[in-house]
Each structure stands twice: as structure tokens, then as C-alpha cells.
Design a protein around this ligand. Structure first.
Ligand code: GLU
Length: 460
């Protein structure tokens, strides 16, 4: 059984980089009918916040990245301390009472210290728990030339001894460090594959030393290349605007975000648009890209528009209601109307905001036509006659099948000796206050007789 986990720290909202990691783990778990575990890494009690836990859960649920099990590291401190004591008993960890000042003073006074700012192992072998002094527990990494492991993306990774240190595993306040808790949890939770950002590559070497000391099986590792901005700076440096909540408010939909993020670091030929089912079937760790991915907001927008087109009316309605709520927008249009309008507009919008903005013309009886269109100049006597004829033909246009309505509309200007292009443009402006809109029959059907009559009559 394949078991994967997503392990965010609740010290902020999820951004695109976090979610890409979640997506790959989730896809792989689903592909192999395995389990996807959400592990909240809230060991840093000062920086972790409940509101971020809630935000993370909300984002994952909205995205459809449902988890099978959830754990909180803050509820597992006893377990980490027990394993730390075990390592002490085995002679692979020790109590350390050195203060930072003491360590630094020794480094300054000793020209032979090669460890840079690293710990000089002063307390190594200290297996008696100090009763009267504050202490941390350090892992004794031993002596070796390098740590070596196979990464599914990076290939063979070698981390030299000089990059490693007798790392703290339990801090002075009794909480575990990330590198320790992660090993204990990945082992106890039966994690088979770890997919995470390449910023954890050196940590992996430390973790492998702990796995080996405790005799645990080592999972498969896959470290994802960074996501860069177009100017090649790391994406994580751009604040604020790129968390998932922002995209939800901007009118992006889960399928669009997941598809776009999956392609940031993974590919399948030159296919760009994938349904979620296709991603589950096609995704493989072996196909993760080795080079950094570049974030392209215009491409993300396009991918989103492609997925909006593919939505079922029910799903569209569901996402649209969440969107309205998130933006605290009131909506007077009925569900039935929204679904009908979606069919007409879905090929013309990139985001739910586009849908919202485009459909405002249906919420009022009348529209204020922008004077800069100078529509009056376009409405001569023949056009007026056509408009009157249109009013008489509205029942047929609205209630007959679309094709028939279309030919009724087209036949109107002919009768008054004008071309369709003299009739259509002013009609469009009068009805929608815009030079672009869906087909006029669609607009007329959505507006309904009363609104059409009202908007035209002003000009007759
Ligand atoms: N809490 C860590 C992070 O957010 C998890 C890293 C990991 O997946 O091991 O970076």
C-alpha cells in the first residue's frame, strides 16, 4: 500500500508552491489506490496558528485534495521524546547543556575548530539527563565521509560530512525539531514516498542518518525543482498575492489550478490540458522534470479558461457560489439563470470574475449606454422600423428553437432595406452597453422580453 503525505506548517496560508507539492503527493496516492495523509507540522508553537490550520484545510477541500488521515505533530510530543530517549540509550543521542555563547566562545578560541559555526560535540556521550540545567538532545551523527541517497528527481545525491552537524532533535522546551519529528512520523505513519521541495535536500541527508540509527526503512524520495518567477527569482519570495485564497477570490477554479501546477514540474508529451482523472492515470514520479519551472500567470489564466469550458453546470454553480461568498458579492440572478448564462458565456470567460462582470447587464431592467458609443447616430428610420419589428417578433425569437430564432432575427433588417451590420451593432449596444457580446439571440433569450422591450423603446 502506497502512503503519501502533505506536511504543511501552519505558519501562513498555502501558496502555489505548497499546493504543487500537495498535488503531486495526492495524484500519486490516488493513482495507486493508496492513502493521502495530511500532517500539520505545528511543532513551532509560537509561530503556528489555528487560523492557518483552518485555512489550509479549507484550501485543500476546495481544491478537492481530500485527505484520508490527519495528524497534528503538536499532539505527538511524547512520541518524539520517547524515540529521543531511545536514541540516548543506544548511544546515538546525548544531552547537551551548552549555550550558544559557550559554543561560539569555544569556536573563537580554538583555531583547530573546522566546523565553522557548527557544534563542537562538547557534550557527546552525555547520557545522564541533567536535573538542574536547561538542555537539548542532540543526535550523534557519527563519523563518515558522506551520506548518499537516490532521489527520483535529482538522481544520486551526495552530502559530505562537512555539511552535517550533531543536530538538535529535542529543543530546550521539549518540542522536537523538524528533522526529527519528520522521521519518526514518516516511519510511524508508514509513508512510502516523500515528494517535497528541493529546499529539503540537505535535510534529507540528516533524516537518513536518523532513519539508519533507528533501523527504519527509508522511503522513496523525490525532491521537486523550484518554481521561479519569469525574472528567475524564487516564487516563494513574492508575498501575498500568490496564496490559494487569492486565486479563489480572483475566480480561478480548482481544476485549472491543479492542472497548471501539475504541469509545473511534470509533463506528458506536449499535452497541456488534463482532466483530474487523466492526471491521476498519467502522473508518475519518474516523469518529474529535473529543471526549475517558471511560473507564467498568463498560461495559468488560459489553463483556467479551458477548464471553465469543461465544467458541468452543477459544478460551475457550486464554484460560482463559493466565489460570490468569498468576495462578499450579492447575486440576484437565479440558479437556473446562472446555469443558462454559463452555457452562453463559458467559451468567453477566463475566470468567474469575467462571468460575474459579463452578467451584470441581466440584473437590471435597463442599462446606461455609454455616450461615447454614439449609438443614436447609428439608429436611423430604417433601424427604428427594424427595432419595432423585432419587438413584435420577440416571442418567436425567445420561444422557438435557437436556429429558427436566428433566422427570424436575420430576416428583419432586409425588410427595411438595410444590412445586418447596420442593425446588429446598434442593437447590441442598446441591449448590452457593449460592442462585444455573445450572439444576439442568446442575449435576447437571457434578457427576456420585458428587458429587451424596455431597452429598445427608449430609442424609438
Ligand atoms: N513542514 C515542512 C514544510 O512545510 C514539511 C517538509 C516535508 O515535506 O518534509 O516545508
Amino acid at each position: 500500500m502506497v502512503r503519501l503525505r502533505f506536511a504543511p506548517s501552519p505558519t501562513g496560508k498555502l501558496h502555489l508552491g505548497n499546493v504543487r507539492t500537495a498535488v503531486f503527493n495526492w495524484l500519486y496516492a490516488r493513482k495507486h489506490n493508496g492513502k493521502f495523509i495530511l500532517r500539520i507540522e505545528d511543532t513551532d508553537l509560537a509561530r503556528s496558528e489555528e487560523r492557518y490550520v483552518e485555512a489550509i484545510k479549507k484550501d485543500l477541500e476546495w481544491l478537492g485534495l481530500h485527505w484520508d488521515e490527519i495528524y497534528f505533530q503538536s499532539q505527538r510530543f511524547d512520541i518524539y521524546r520517547e524515540y529521543a530517549r531511545k536514541l540516548v540509550e543506544m548511544g546515538r543521542a546525548y544531552y547537551c547543556t551548552c549555550t550558544r555563547e559557550e559554543i561560539e566562545a569555544r569556536q573563537k578560541n580554538n583555531p583547530n575548530v573546522k566546523f565553522g559555526i557548527k557544534y563542537d560535540r562538547h557534550c557527546r556521550g552525555n547520557t545522564l539527563e541533567p536535573k538542574d540545567k536547561n538542555y537539548v538532545i542532540r543526535f550523534d551523527i557519527g563519523e563518515f565521509d558522506y551520506v548518499e541517497f537516490e532521489d527520483k528527481v535529482k538522481g544520486r545525491v551526495v552530502v559530505p560530512f562537512s555539511d552535517l552537524d550533531d543536530l538538535v532533535i529535542i529543543k530546550g522546551d521539549g518540542s522536537p525539531t523538524y528533522n526529527f519529528a519528520v522521521v519518526i512520523d514518516d516511519h510511524l505513519m508508514g509513508i512510502t514516498h516523500v515528494i517535497r521541495g528541493e529546499d529539503h535536500l540537505t535535510n534529507t541527508a540528516k533524516q537518513i542518518l536518523i532513519y539508519k540509527a533507528l533501523g527504519f526503512d527509508i522511503p522513496v524520495f523525490a525532491h521537486l525543482p523550484l518554481i521561479l518567477n519569469k525574472n528567475k527569482s524564487p516564487l516563494s519570495k513574492r508575498e501575498g498575492s500568490i496564496n490559494i485564497e487569492y486565486y479563489r477570490k480572483q475566480g480561478y477554479i480548482p481544476e485549472g489550478i491543479i492542472n497548471y501546477l501539475a504541469r509545473l514540474g511534470w509533463s506528458h508529451g506536449d499535452q497541456e490540458i488534463f482532466t483530474i482523472e487523466e492526471l491521476i492515470n498519467l502522473f508518475d514520479i519518474e516523469d518529474l522534470n529535473k529543471s526549475n519551472a517558471v511560473f507564467d500567470d498568463q498560461k495559468m489564466l488560459w489553463v483556467n479558461s479551458e477548464h471553465i469550458k469543461m465544467l458541468s453546470p452543477e459544478k460551475f454553480l457550486k464554484y460560482y457560489k463559493i466565489f460570490l461568498e468569498e468576495n462578499e458579492l450579492g447575486e440576484t440572478l437565479s440558479d437556473e439563470f446562472i446555469v443558462n448564462a454559463f452555457e452562453v458565456y463559458k467559451t468567453r470567460i477566463n475566470t468567474l470574475w469575467d462571468f460575474y462582470n459579463s452578467t451584470r447587464i441581466y440584473t437590471t431592467d435597463d442599462v446606461d449606454v455609454d455616450p461615447s458609443f454614439e449609438v443614436e447616430k447609428m439608429i436611423d428610420d430604417a433601424v427604428k422600423k427594424s427595432f419595432r419589428d423585432l419587438i413584435d417578433s420577440l416571442d418567436d425569437i425567445i420561444f422557438k428553437p435557437h436556429e429558427e430564432g436566428e433566422s427570424i432575427l436575420r430576416s428583419i433588417p432586409e425588410r427595411y432595406g438595410i444590412k445586418l451590420k447596420q442593425f446588429g451593432p446598434p442593437l447590441r449596444i442598446v441591449l448590452t452597453n457593449s460592442k462585444v457580446s455573445p450572439g444576439l439571440v442568446d442575449v435576447i433569450k437571457l434578457l427576456g422580453k420585458e428587458k429587451v422591450v424596455k431597452r429598445i423603446s427608449k430609442y424609438l
